[in-house]
Design a protein around this ligand. Structure first.
Ligand code: PLP
Length: 425
């Protein structure tokens, strides 16, 4: 077959073949998506290839906090793309400074270092903490230790999965980087007991997202702050998922009036359009980086900076943290009002909500598949939790639609599950 004939054959096959089948045949099988093929998004809505409309109660793990195709953000993206997109950090650009200024002002941190993915922001935090430990805290070279919380999720690099407590994330991927130890999440006394003179930092999510939307006891972050200060250990909050309005405040740390020494942001920072992340820190921590110590070809590129700046402005202009607080409270109250026996727990803050499903009743995956048929898309986490974390631009009627759909799904599934021991429920 000639090259053009082969290209034509490939084109026609690709146009008609089932996209799910193509992924399965040509891709790595490292995800298990719901069986739906999305081809368009607008605000809180997603549309599949057959034109069916779904309410997005997932928002790409907070990456789409502003909704799909937010007009202000798309405008910032397209205008910047036409002017200047990528330069590397070999040169200054007229976009980066304003983005960094907005980032530090929005978070109250001294300095920001832009990266792309959340995992890279966490890797940056690890490097900063280690170097600070050697140069400022005088920890003997090679001895710095970083504490993390059990149940953490900080991405998928080899260093990061090395300190995961999830067996599957580690299995087959070692050897791992030394220098990490974990303590139970939500237990400030356990943190203090684990600190040694060689401890550089404690990295913690204010609410553990991937672990199943786990909220620590009230006062935990304040206690961690106090312990870290007393022992000269950096408190680094991983707010890649909880930051930027998701929990009803700019940062989830703000709920306890706590200011960390280091902070990672990502996901929503890219406005639902690009991967944009950042590590932010106290001046003396960030001062450890000198030219050549760290970097990324794409980190802080003009396109990312323009979109990131517009995202921070939109968050403020549209009062999205307040909306997350208000609609999140309504979402939780409505879920409680369902009083469904299959729901064993409802937890979260703002529009980061997890609904724990009794596994004897149905898997969270089965609930998500049934929700899909009801026109609501979300994903289970840890087999028993249905996550409800829509774009922050969601309207009251749409929250109600999601809760009503969940109510119908649970009703239908409970009729299907004929349990011989109703007392279990
Ligand atoms: C998603 C997430 C990350 C990793 O972000 P990626 O962009 O997927 O690398 C890090 N920390 C937390 C808390 C996250 O939720």
């Amino acid at each position: 077959m000639s090259t053009t004939a082969r290209a034509a054959a490939l084109r026609s096959r690709t146009a008609t073949a089932d996209p799910i089948e193509l992924e399965a045949r040509h891709g790595a099988h490292n995800y298990h998506p719901l069986p739906v093929v999305i081809s368009r998004g607008e605000g809180v809505w997603l549309f599949d290839t057959e034109g069916r409309r779904y309410l997005d109660m997932m928002s790409a793990y907070s990456a789409v906090s502003f909704g799909h195709g937010h007009p202000v953000l798309v405008k910032a993206l397209t205008e910047q793309a036409q002017r200047l997109a990528i330069t590397s950090r070999a040169f200054h650009t007229d976009r980066l400074g304003a983005f960094l200024e907005a980032l530090t002002r929005a978070t109250g941190m001294d300095r920001a270092l832009p990266m792309n993915s959340g995992a890279e922001a966490v890797e940056t935090a690890i490097k900063a903490a280690r170097k600070w430990a050697y140069k400022v805290k005088s920890v003997p070279e090679g001895r710095a230790r970083i504490l993390v919380a059990e149940g953490n999720f900080a991405g998928r690099t080899t260093t990061i999965v090395g300190f995961s407590s999830e067996a599957q994330y580690r299995d087959g991927f070692g050897p791992f980087a030394p220098g990490f130890a974990s303590v139970p999440f939500g237990d400030a006394a356990a943190l203090e007991a684990a600190i040694t003179p060689e401890t550089a930092a404690f990295i913690v999510e204010p609410i553990q997202g991937e672990a199943g939307i786990v909220v620590p006891p009230a006062g935990y972050l304040r206690a961690v702050r106090e312990i870290c200060t007393r022992h000269n250990v950096l408190m680094i909050c991983d707010e890649v998922q909880t930051g930027l309005g998701r929990t009803g405040a700019m940062l989830a740390c703000d709920h306890e009036g706590v200011k960390p020494d280091g902070l990672t942001l990502g996901k929503a920072l890219g406005g639902g359009l690009l991967p944009v992340s950042a590590f932010l820190a106290r001046a003396d921590v960030m001062a450890q980086f000198t030219p050549g110590d760290h970097g990324s070809t794409f980190g802080g590129n003009p396109l990312a900076a323009a979109v990131g700046l517009a995202a921070l402005q939109t968050l403020e202009n549209e009062h999205l943290a307040e909306r997350a607080q208000r609609e999140g409270a309504h979402l939780v109250a409505s879920l409680r009002a369902l009083r469904h026996p299959a729901i064993t727990d409802i937890r979260g803050k703002g529009l980061l909500v997890g609904v724990q499903i009794d596994p004897a009743f149905a898997s969270a995956r089965a609930v998500c598949e049934a929700l899909m048929a009801e026109g609501v898309l979300t994903k289970d986490t840890h087999h028993t939790v249905v996550r409800l974390a829509p774009p922050l631009v969601i309207e009251r009627a749409q929250v109600d639609q999601a809760v009503a759909a969940l109510g119908r799904v649970l009703e239908r599934l409970s009729q299907r599950t004929i349990t011989p021991e109703p007392a279990l429920h």
